[in-house]
Design a protein around this ligand. Structure first.
Ligand SMILES: Cc1cc2nc3c(=O)[nH]c(=O)nc-3n(C[C@H](O)[C@H](O)[C@H](O)COP(=O)(O)O)c2cc1C
Length: 209
């Protein structure tokens, strides 16, 4: 399978980067084809220009490549911290520019955008891995867990994704080395649960079967 992994965090020494390494290693060990984007390292431009808003827009080559990868992915992993109840802006910009009409969703004929979109993503399983400094109960009762709503309802279900697992690791700032190590082990289990043995492996190009 081809798995698209998107990371939105600026610091290579962060726990988010450690999560991304664990995800990539686990997927590669399972012989998946991994497409990895560290949006900060790639200096991804998150600003959607007006020319790209129409569905039929001519996209810059790089954005077209991101869109093609999103279309062909069998599964997706998204990794980012909670910043003000949102993903870092570089990642919301990736949503704006890449999770676009004609790629991730479309409207039925006669619907000019006011109706309920039809999801187009081939990927039916998405794993969201988040970090924060707020305990779960406070995140839910005081803030309403906006990342849950954003990823599940506002983005992924609308794009046709059925199987969504989201795990929030917290509280990062007070966590011990041992706790982080345990979390990284849990990341491996989550990846294997979603994309492990029960999935079809990518065929070896040399194989006749
Ligand atoms: C700009 C910014 C906004 C943040 N907003 C929140 C927030 O709303 N809720 C929260 O729990 N933590 C917030 N944090 C803390 C981060 O979530 C935390 O530092 C991060 O998850 C730790 O993981 P890391 O070591 O990989 O950076 C914020 C941090 C930054 C830099």
């Amino acid at each position: 399978m081809t798995i698209l992994v998107i990371l939105g965090h600026p610091d290579p020494d962060s726990f988010n980067h450690a999560i991304a390494s664990s995800v990539r290693e686990t997927l590669q060990a399972s012989k998946h084809h991994v497409i990895f984007h560290d949006l900060y390292a790639e200096n991804f431009d998150p600003c959607l220009p007006k020319e790209e808003i129409p569905q039929e827009a001519d996209l810059p080559e790089l954005i077209q490549q991101y869109c093609d990868e999103l279309s062909m992915a069998d599964g997706i992993v998204i990794i980012h911290p909670n910043w003000w109840g949102q993903p870092p802006a570089i990642l919301t910009g990736w949503i704006d520019r890449v999770v676009r009409p004609g790629v991730a969703y479309r409207f039925d004929e006669g619907d000019s955008g006011e109706g309920i979109p039809v999801g187009l993503l081939k990927a039916k399983s998405v794993l969201i891995l988040n970090t924060s400094n707020t305990p779960d109960d406070r995140e839910k009762t005081v803030f309403g867990d906006p990342l849950e709503l954003l990823w599940k309802r506002c983005v992924l279900e609308l794009c046709g994704v059925k199987n969504i697992t989201r795990r929030m690791f917290n509280v990062i700032v007070t966590s011990t080395v041992e706790q982080r190590q345990q979390w990284l082990e849990e990341v491996k289990v989550l990846v294997m649960d979603m994309f492990g043995d029960k999935t079809t492996k990518r065929k070896d190009p040399g194989s006749k079967k």
